[in-house]
Design a protein around this ligand. Structure first.
Ligand SMILES: NC(=O)c1ccc[n+]([C@@H]2O[C@H](COP(=O)([O-])OP(=O)(O)OC[C@H]3O[C@@H](n4cnc5c(N)ncnc54)[C@H](O)[C@@H]3O)[C@@H](O)[C@H]2O)c1
Length: 436
């Protein structure tokens, strides 16, 4: 595609965050305000910090992505969103305790002004949460229509040129894909009939896409990972991506597993455990929500290692993932991995990884990049699943005809090559030379 075909990022971009008062959302929002004011650096953000090689290596052209790819300027972002708690983003930041009060001081005014719209919420889908800032309606369809009205109202009030919706809300209970998720007319009927397999997140997604607004799924929820929604995207020419931000332990898995496979080292077991004490940890303490997260975390290794191709190496892997709610750690998660591998003649070895990370600090730059890149995708006229954004997700979405790509470095090449194509540059052939 030639650059001229990409609509310029003119006007304001409204970013509507579902779960706008959560730890990830407020860290993302506060950080963006701070970067905008020159009070912090956007560390971890590809769109703001990474360079992209253009042309042959010896041409020595390594501009920053943000200088050559037509993404929105951070000053043109307007935040809004929904949550079940009626409090300002400033109060939520204080409760989350991710950012220090000194970091919040310089952006206090902006954060205090930011209050969520009433949420569509049902405790049956997130058992450990309780809220009062909730819409009421006769049916799920009616609630979805109220969300559409919110979206239209926000766009008009804030004079936005375009919008993006990003789910930073809680992980819902596990919902198996059924018939109602496969056909658009059945999904619509199910909303009208209050079918139990229509979760609140699906109502936000349906509302956004119906309004022509791209949707990003940061949680492992089913939400947009279904043919009914893909049909809706096609109908409205809207891009979507998901699911489940790839931040800590899974990011490590998608680097280490390709390493074992490239060296033809065998794997007999991978035990991953986490302790965390934020609200997300509390929500995931419920077996229904944990099952949704577990499915997302487990899919990675099998897809990368291809046990059917290498049965002697990966045919019998014991893979276990645990998440334990441990309040003293708050947002500062600790993730341990014990990896049992084997080498020459079958001799066993072990690798231990102890990652003391910060959940929301890792997730916030992903939110920013995803918002900017999916807006770019829409201005390029892309619709449906954006597999070039797989880089950011634990369970990259794909349709029935494709397989997901999990390897972090292949994902990065694909993402940068898509950006090169968008700006009319030649994609890098990584067999040819370095792929930076
Ligand atoms: N932090 C990470 O590294 C990471 C990585 C991958 C995925 N995630 C996912 O991101 C999501 C957010 O994580 P968090 O740590 O900010 O959790 P959090 O509990 O702090 O925030 C979630 C917010 O969503 C709100 N919410 C729940 N249901 C809602 C609904 N129906 N409508 C509107 N608001 C709703 C809650 O009130 C809360 O404010 C979780 O699903 C988590 O699993 C986080």
């Amino acid at each position: 595609m030639e650059e001229s075909k990409v609509r310029k990022p003119e006007g304001k971009l409204g970013v509507l965050v579902v779960g706008a008062n959560g730890a990830v959302a407020t860290t993302f929002i506060a950080g963006t305000y701070a970067v905008r004011k020159g009070l912090a650096k956007p560390i971890g953000s590809i769109s703001q910090m990474a360079t992209i090689r253009l042309g042959k290596r010896n041409e020595n052209r390594f501009p920053k992505i943000k200088d050559v790819v037509p993404i929105v300027d951070l000053n043109d972002i307007i935040f809004g969103g929904w949550d079940i708690r009626d409090e300002s983003a400033y109060t939520s930041c204080q409760i989350a305790e991710v950012l220090s009060s000194s970091d919040l001081e310089g952006i206090k005014t902006e954060l205090e002004q930011l209050r969520p719209m009433k949420a569509v919420f049902d405790q049956n889908y997130v058992k450990r949460l309780n809220g009062s800032w909730i819409k009421t309606g006769e049916s799920k369809w009616d609630l979805m229509m109220q969300l559409r009205e919110d979206i239209r109202h926000f766009k008009k009030e804030n004079n936005c040129d375009r919008l993006v919706v990003i789910w930073c809300g809680s992980t819902e209970i596990f919902i198996e894909m059924g018939d109602i998720h496969k056909h658009l007319n059945k999904l619509e009927q199910a909303m009208k009939n209050n079918h139990p397999d229509v979760a609140p997140s699906m109502l936000y997604a349906y509302a956004a896409i119906s309004e022509g607004v791209p949707y990003i799924n940061g949680a492992p929820n089913l939400t947009v990972d279904m043919p009914a929604i893909w049909d809706l995207c096609k109908k409205n020419n809207v891009p979507i991506c998901g699911k489940d931000f790839k931040t800590g332990q899974t990011m490590l898995k998608t680097v280490l597993a390709p390493m074992f496979k490239t060296r033809m080292l065998g794997l007999s077991g991978w035990f991953s455990t986490n302790i965390l004490g934020n609200r997300d940890g509390e929500v995931l303490d419920d077996p229904g929500s944990f099952k949704t997260k577990e499915e997302s975390k487990l899919s990675v290794i099998n897809t990368i290692l291809q046990p059917k191709l290498y049965p002697e190496l990966y045919g019998d892997v014991y893979h276990k993932v645990r998440i334990n709610y441990y309040p003293p750690r708050k947002d500062n998660k600790e993730g341990w991995d014990n990896i049992d591998i084997f080498g020459w003649m079958g001799y066993s070895m072990q690798m231990k990884v102890d990652f003391l990370c910060r959940d929301s600090i890792l997730a916030a730059p992903l939110c920013l990049d995803l918002v900017l890149f999916i807006d770019l995708a829409q201005r390029c006229g892309f619709s449906g699943i954006q597999s070039w954004l797989s880089f950011f997700f634990k369970s990259p979405m794909h349709d029935e005809n494709t397989v997901p790509e999990h390897d972090l470095f292949i994902q990065s090449i694909k993402m940068k090559n898509t950006l090169r194509t968008i700006i009319g540059e030649t994609p890098v052939d990584f067999l040819d030379e370095s792929m930076d």
